[in-house]
Design a protein. Structure first.
Length: 158
């Protein structure tokens, strides 16, 4: 008699298939893989304009309320930290310094959340004591919010 073994891949304790990632998370991973492929194809001398056109295309795909916030954030970031290069990151608008993402915007629609998010990665110079925020929930942008984001972005790249 032949001993056959079946793979437990994708099976939970009950033996039923489990879903580790949501469809939206898988889509983001596929988008990131495509971004890496595109970056490699463009090469190290790719122009900043290439990344900016990708970011503007992603922003244009967003639903109206998030699109308006993303457009405003894009302008604030460009004005506050011109050294940052726009690029997409997991299918989201992001801004990098020396190839490392410093800050990013996630549309509420991206993961079907009730609010959009503006966040910073650990390459951002925001350390303040032993605890500091790394992301912010956004439902709209007020002039005070815009000023705070501009100041945070400047500090992040300092």
């Amino acid at each position: 008699m032949k001993d056959t073994k079946k793979s437990a891949k994708g099976k939970g304790a009950t033996g039923k298939g489990t879903k580790v990632f949501t469809d939206d998370e898988r889509d983001a991973m596929v988008a990131r893989a495509q971004e890496v492929k595109t970056e490699r194809r463009r090469g190290p001398r790719a122009e900043k304009a290439d990344g900016e056109s990708d970011v503007l295309a992603k922003i244009a795909e967003m639903p109206k309320p998030d699109r308006a916030m993303a457009e405003r954030l894009h302008a604030i970031i460009k004005a506050s930290a011109p050294a940052l290069s726009p690029k997409t990151w997991y299918g989201m608008p992001a801004y990098a310094k020396d190839g490392k993402v410093v800050c990013f915007f996630t549309s509420a629609d991206k993961f079907k959340s009730r609010y959009a998010t503006f966040g910073f990665n650990d390459d951002a110079n925001l350390d303040e004591g032993t605890m500091w925020p790394t992301s912010f929930a956004l439902t709209k942008l007020t002039p005070a919010d815009e000023a705070r984001i501009g100041a945070l972005v400047k500090k992040a790249v300092s």
